[in-house]
Design a protein around this ligand. Structure first.
Ligand code: UD1
Length: 379
């Protein structure tokens, strides 16, 4: 029996195709939710949108400092492993739940598979970079999304026999859901689609501590985007961490914030940043697919916009996903207001038609992963 572990929002779309493929292959699994993300909009909404079975076990860990969160996940997950004795623990991505469950499992001599291994920003001030480095060192099966990741792992001394280049499970989900997402009524609800015409708009997400924890930095980013919203509206679904900071720093009044997405009619507003609560997977994918430009500090969104062919400005100083710059639509600009301003100007003038689809980002990554595991576990 396999444990399929998820804890935070970006994990859910990664486990969805794995669960589906394991069902097809008749592999027995249990979904373990660590509870790192717990708000309905950050968790349950995704299970619903992605048609994922409810978690078999929820560790209910919740928020805390890094040490508290990782420590509590480890303690709770170890108990469950001792009771259930899984044959394999599968972790995805780079969040605190990923390293916590991987570490608890290897200490019990349970093999670990890491999905999305080998990505590196080479910036150890990012909590996720520490999670990636450590998870990869202790995993038995490292499933990668791109050649850069294979090279990074080999440079860190990981034997080639543990590395499996299979593609991107997040893109499996995107391809699976895109048609359904296009039928979402979010554009109409926001007044962005009027009489079958979709107006140009920018889509913004921000949640990295390096962007949202300092009032000067967060205020600087917002100022540039307020200026830009004079040209096209900026739609901003707000992560709970960011909302808390905006309130604390007195910056929430700078944006037009509506608690209820259906109460905001963008077309009737004076141009501004339109703040919304976090959105579900399908509504957000629909908004992304029609956006004029995406501005983000997320990792996964850099990959999704590459496949959708939507220009993406990454408001970070580095990326662990350089393939989205080399082959996709991503430009990394950092969080300096002047450079963001120039970046917006440049990206809107870029010819993105030369973009390629990264190898194996074809909707079949989970199928490849399950094939490898079935062979290994049976042989
Ligand atoms: C985590 C991941 C990050 C990922 C992001 C996606 C780590 C170290 N970081 O960051 O890599 O990109 O998820 O969202 O694992 N909160 C709520 N409700 C929730 C969840 C969080 O209100 O359901 C608030 C709490 O104030 C919490 C804060 O958000 O303290 C941060 O949550 P946390 O899980 O620690 O990190 P994220 O910033 O979400």
């Amino acid at each position: 029996m396999i444990f399929l572990v998820a804890g935070a929002r970006p994990n859910f779309m990664k486990i969805a195709p794995l669960a589906k493929e394991m069902d097809k292959a008749d592999l027995r699994y249990k979904i373990i939710h660590t509870g790192q993300h717990y708000d309905i909009q950050m968790s349950e909404a995704f299970f619903k949108d992605l048609d994922l079975p409810k978690p078999d076990i929820n560790l209910g860990v919740g928020s805390g400092s890094h040490a508290e969160q990782i420590g509590e996940v480890m303690i709770a997950f170890e108990k469950v492993c001792l009771e259930e004795k899984p044959d394999l623990v599968m972790v995805v991505g780079d969040v605190n739940s990923t390293i916590a469950c991987a570490l608890a499992a290897v200490k019990l001599l349970i093999p670990v598979a890491h999905i999305e291994a080998g990505l590196r920003s080479f910036d150890r001030t990012m909590p996720e970079e520490i999670n990636r480095l450590l998870t990869d060192q202790i995993s038995d099966y490292l499933f990668t999304t791109c050649e850069d990741a294979n090279i990074n792992l080999k440079n860190e001394g990981i034997p080639e026999s543990k590395i499996f280049f299979v593609g991107n499970v997040m893109i499996d989900t995107l391809m699976d859901q895109l048609e359904i997402a296009r039928t979402s009524d979010i554009l109409k609800r926001l007044g962005l689609e009027v009489e079958d015409r979709i107006m140009p708009y920018a889509l913004l997400t921000l949640h990295r501590p390096s962007n949202v924890d300092e009032p000067g930095i967060l205020g600087g980013i917002l100022n540039v985007l307020l200026d830009f919203s004079g040209q096209i509206p900026v739609i901003f679904p707000i992560h709970p961490r960011t909302l808390r900071r905006l309130r604390k720093f007195g910056l929430l009044q700078e944006i037009d914030y509506g608690e209820d997405a259906s109460s905001v009619r963008v077309a009737e507003k004076a141009r501004s940043i339109i703040g919304l609560p976090p959105l579900g997977y399908l509504d957000f994918l629909c908004l992304m697919a029609h956006a004029t430009v995406m501005l983000t500090d997320s990792g996964g969104i850099q990959e999704e916009t590459t496949i959708l062919g939507i220009p993406c400005l990454t408001l970070r100083n580095n990326t662990e996903r350089p393939i989205t710059v080399k082959e996709g639509t991503n430009v990394v600009v950092g969080n300096n207001p002047d450079i963001i301003r120039r970046g917006i100007h440049d990206i809107l003038g870029l010819n993105l038609s030369k973009k390629r689809t990264p190898k194996y980002w074809d909707g079949k990554a989970a199928e490849r992963i399950v094939k490898v595991l079935t062979q290994k576990m049976n042989g």
